[in-house]
Design a protein around this ligand. Structure first.
Ligand SMILES: Nc1nc2c(ncn2[C@@H]2O[C@H](COP(=O)(O)OP(=O)(O)OP(=O)(O)O)[C@@H](O)[C@H]2O)c(=O)[nH]1
Length: 361
C-alpha cells in the first residue's frame, strides 16, 4: 500500500483529478517526478508486504499485494509515457481496492483504511471547492461504508497471533511518513511558485534586470539608508542609439539579443550596491550610491566604451552599437523623481549633440 498521488493547483480551469501537464511548469515537473517516485516506492513497499503476509500466514493478502505491485508498475509506465491521468487513476484505484480488501480480510483494526486519509489533502489541494466537496463526501461515504461492512462481517481471514498488531504498526508508521512527505512536497511547490511570482513581479523578463516598479522600491530603500550619512548619490539614465534601426534591419530577435548584451555590460560595469533597472524599451536607469557626479560620469564613459566594443553580428555582418547617457546628482528620496527628469534632459542633450556620449545635468 502507498499514498495516493496528490496534485498541485494549475492555471487551467480546475476539474476533478486535476493534474498539472507534464513540463508545463517547475511545479508540474516536480509533481510528475514525485508521482513516479510514489509509484516505485509503493511497488517496493508492496514487495515487502508480499513477503510479510506469506510469513504471517495470509496468502490471500500476499496475492493482493502482488496485484498492487503490478498496478503501481503499470502506473509508473503510464506516467512515463505521459498518460498522466490514467497513471494517477490507477494509483487511486489501487489504494481504494487495497484498503477495502485488506480491511475486509484481516479486520478494521489492521489499519488498511489509514491510506484513504491521504486522499483528503490530495483532493482539496488539487480541486476547486465545486469538485473537492463532493469528492471528499464520496470518500467519507466509502470510508464509513467500509467500516460498517467490517463491523458487520468481522475479519474474513484474520491474521494469527500478533499479526494484526504488527500490520497496524507498520501502516501507522508508513502513513505518518507519507503525510510528512506530502506536506514537504507541497511546501516545496509553494516556495517554487512564490519565488517565480516574486521574480515576475520584480524583474524584467528579457534582461533579468529590475523592472521599473522594483527600481522605485530599491532606490527608496537605498536613499533612506544613506540619507543619514550624507554620502553623494548619482543617477545615470542611458539609451541605446538608433535601436529602432537594429530592429528594422536585423529583426526583433536581434534587438532582444542587443538588449540582453547591453544589460550584461551594465551589470558587469556597475557595482553590486548600485540599483540597475530596465527603465523602458531600450532605456536603462542606475542609481549609484557613494558616487559623485564626476565618478558617475567616469563610470558612464566606461560603459559607453564597453557597449561600443560589444561584438554582435547578424550572419557575419557586425551590428554596431552605441549608447547615450544623462547623469545627475540625487539629493535624497524626495528628489528622486526630479533627478530622473534632470537625467532625462541630460540624455536628450546627449542625443541632440550627436549621441554616443554622456552629459551631466
Ligand atoms: N527588440 C526589442 N525592441 C524593443 C523592445 N522594446 C522596445 N523596442 C523597440 O525600441 C525601439 C525604440 O525606438 P526609438 O524610441 O525610436 O529610439 P531609437 O531608434 O533608439 O532612437 P534614439 O533613441 O533617438 O537613438 C522601437 O522600435 C521599439 O519597438 C524590446 O523589448 N525588444
Amino acid at each position: 500500500m502507498a499514498s495516493p498521488a496528490s496534485t498541485t493547483p494549475t492555471a487551467h480551469p480546475p476539474r476533478p483529478f486535476a493534474v498539472p501537464q507534464r513540463g508545463s511548469s517547475v511545479a508540474g515537473k516536480a509533481y510528475w517526478a514525485m508521482a513516479q517516485r510514489v509509484a516505485l516506492t509503493a511497488a517496493a513497499i508492496d514487495c515487502g508486504y508480499f513477503v510479510l503476509f506469506l510469513w504471517l500466514g495470509s496468502p490471500p493478502l500476499a496475492w493482493v499485494n502482488l496485484a498492487s505491485i503490478a498496478m503501481y508498475l503499470g502506473a509508473y509506465q503510464l506516467i512515463q509515457r505521459r498518460r498522466n491521468t490514467a497513471g494517477i487513476l490507477l494509483i487511486w484505484l489501487e489504494v481504494i481496492v487495497h484498503s477495502a480488501l485488506g480491511s475486509l480480510l484481516v479486520g478494521w483494526d489492521s489499519g488498511f483504511h489509514y491510506y484513504l486519509w491521504l486522499f483528503i489533502p490530495a483532493i482539496v489541494i488539487a480541486n476547486s471547492g465545486r469538485y473537492a466537496a463532493p469528492m471528499v463526501l464520496a470518500l467519507l461515504a466509502y470510508y464509513l461504508g467500509l467500516r460498517f461492512a467490517c463491523d458487520h462481517w468481522g475479519a474474513l481471514a484474520p491474521l494469527p497471533g500478533k499479526g494484526q498488531q504488527i500490520v497496524n504498526t507498520l501502516h501507522t508508521c508508513l502513513v505518518f511518513g507519507m503525510f510528512a512527505a506530502l506536506a514537504a512536497f507541497y511546501r516545496r511547490t509553494i516556495l517554487i511558485a512564490e519565488n517565480r511570482l516574486l521574480k515576475q513581479a520584480t524583474l524584467d523578463g528579457l534582461t533579468g534586470l529590475n523592472n521599473r516598479a522594483h527600481f522605485h522600491t530599491l532606490a527608496g530603500h537605498t536613499l533612506t539608508r544613506i540619507q543619514r550619512t550624507g554620502e553623494p548619490v548619482a543617477l545615470v539614465l542611458c539609451d541605446i542609439d538608433h535601436f529602432k534601426q537594429v530592429n528594422d534591419r536585423h529583426g526583433h530577435a536581434m534587438g532582444d539579443r542587443v538588449l540582453v548584451a547591453v544589460a550584461g555590460v551594465l551589470a558587469r560595469k556597475l557595482r553590486e550596491s548600485d540599483v540597475i533597472a530596465r527603465w523602458g524599451g531600450e532605456e536603462f536607469l542606475a542609481l549609484m550610491p557613494a558616487s559623485s557626479l564626476e565618478s558617475a560620469l567616469e563610470v558612464a564613459e566606461r560603459i559607453r566604451v564597453a557597449v561600443e566594443q560589444v561584438e554582435i553580428s547578424d550572419q557575419g555582418t557586425p551590428v554596431p552599437l552605441t549608447m547615450s547617457f544623462g547623469v545627475t546628482r540625487v539629493a535624497g528620496s524626495d528628489d528622486l523623481q526630479a533627478a530622473i527628469v534632470r537625467a532625462d534632459k541630460a540624455l536628450y542633450q546627449s542625443k541632440n549633440s550627436g549621441r554616443n556620449r554622456a552629459t551631466a545635468g
